[in-house]
Design a protein around this ligand. Structure first.
Ligand code: CAA
Length: 378
């Protein structure tokens, strides 16, 4: 068993780390405080081919491993968590089209996602269908050679900036989730309306909006995969997406841990650096230990995906564990910083706000446990 990153993965890690630390980190505070969409960050990631890391080279991707994708998101999240979720969701949409699309669909959209020309939005959640995603109500009706979409999506990451929307909608509600199909809707389609960005606790650079479909007409060729397979397409996409969220959490947690180490070395009390006190240093040792355990779980899920193994359960375990560990780490980073941890002058309070969403999106951690239980007792 080899726990080292491959040479290719290391190279990607160094490239992203350099970009994230030198360019993204200095911008992160303003992005957060002014809720600015990090357009420049996305452009710079695209220029280095980092938006299509795991997409197929046949469609402009880098064809890199899932481990490198995880490492990429971790490095981005250390500097700017908003940028990492924008990247993660875009990749999830690109992968869904790549895995289920026709040659024409892949040529049309995966290439644009891989090059960074467009970003993607994943439209599953609705006002009355969050955890119970299979009960979604957005309807899709065939009308000649077109599909007509009606309904509303909620909490849609990237909605205000996306070029493509992957939309799960029901073609035959009497079949329940088996009536759901997936569709690709392009921005600018008539009847497609984007709501105002939600006012959130964190991840302020990632604009999350409602999306409204009022008789939106798309060509029937925009159905992705088989009719009635949309729910499975969505859940399979989340199997990879959840590795992305685990990686994002690792990045936020790692940033909080590093800040704590630095602070504990620099801050003197009772005539000595505070890391000399075991109450502080043991807490930091626990941060390191738990983050490393979370990283191993995340890398294992990524490795299984690379090997073509089913990884639903491992993705859920990684997502739940990494996000909960990182939440604890960010909380303990605030404790370690004392009053400065509560101040907006330092980024630790942002880490603690940003991490909260990772416990909730791409399936709450209660839902991850539902997935685990389904796999344990199947
Ligand atoms: N891959 C492919 N297919 C899968 C699957 C998987 N991992 N898991 C289940 N399926 C299939 C099943 O085989 C079944 O298919 P058939 O009916 O054809 O046999 C079908 O899906 C339904 O399976 P279940 O009966 O297990 O489904 P369920 O209704 O009980 O729901 C659930 C399961 C785990 C609760 C699921 O609804 C779920 O994950 N909910 C959370 C939704 C979620 O994660 N939303 C995130 C929104 S996206 C987001 O947050 C992105 C962002 O912006 C950051």
């Amino acid at each position: 068993m080899d726990f080292n990153l491959s040479e290719d993965d290391k190279l990607i890690q160094e490239t992203v780390r350099d970009l994230a630390m030198n360019k993204f980190a200095p911008r992160a505070d303003e992005i957060d405080k002014k809720s600015i969409f990090p357009e420049q960050n996305i452009k710079e990631l695209a220029e280095l081919g980092l938006l299509g890391t795991i997409l197929d080279p046949a469609y402009g991707g880098a064809g890199a491993s899932t481990i490198s994708y995880s490492v990429t998101l971790e490095e981005i999240a250390k500097a700017c968590a908003s940028t990492s979720v924008i990247t993660s969701v875009t990749t999830m949409v690109g992968l869904a089209i790549q895995r289920n699309g026709t040659e024409e669909q892949k040529e049309k959209w995966v290439t644009k996602i891989a090059s960074g020309e467009i970003i993607g939005a994943f439209c599953l959640t609705e006002p009355t269908a969050g955890s119970d995603a299979g009960s979604l109500k957005t309807s899709a009706t065939v009308d000649g050679d077109e599909i007509v979409l009606n309904g509303q999506k909620l909490w849609i990451t990237n909605a205000a900036h996306a070029g493509v929307f992957l939309v799960m909608a029901n073609e035959n509600p009497s079949l329940g989730h088996k009536g759901i199909s997936a569709f690709v809707v392009e921005s600018g389609s008539e009847g497609l309306e984007i709501g105002a960005p939600e006012k959130k606790m964190g991840l302020n650079g990632s604009h999350t909006c409602a999306v409204f479909f009022d008789n939106v007409r798309i060509p029937i060729e925009n159905r992705l995969g088989e009719q009635g397979k949309g729910f499975s397409i969505a859940l399979a996409s989340l199997d990879t997406g959840r590795i992305g969220i685990a990686s994002q959490a690792l990045g936020i947690g790692e940033a909080a841990y590093q800040a704590s180490v630095n602070f504990a070395k620099e801050r003197n009390q009772f005539g000595q650096p505070i890391y000399n006190f075991q109450g502080v240093s043991f807490r930091i040792a626990d941060m390191k230990m738990k983050l490393e355990a979370a990283r191993l779980l995340t890398r294992k899920a990524a490795w299984m995906r690379d090997k073509g193994m089913k990884h639903t359960m491992e993705s859920s375990m990684a997502k739940a564990f990494a996000t909960e560990v990182a939440c604890e780490v960010t909380q303990n980073a605030i404790k370690t910083h004392g009053g400065m941890g509560f101040s907006k002058e330092l980024p630790v309070e942002r880490y603690h706000r940003d991490i909260q969403a990772t416990l909730l999106y791409e399936g709450t951690n209660d839902i991850q446990r539902v997935v685990m239980v389904k796999n344990i007792f199947k």
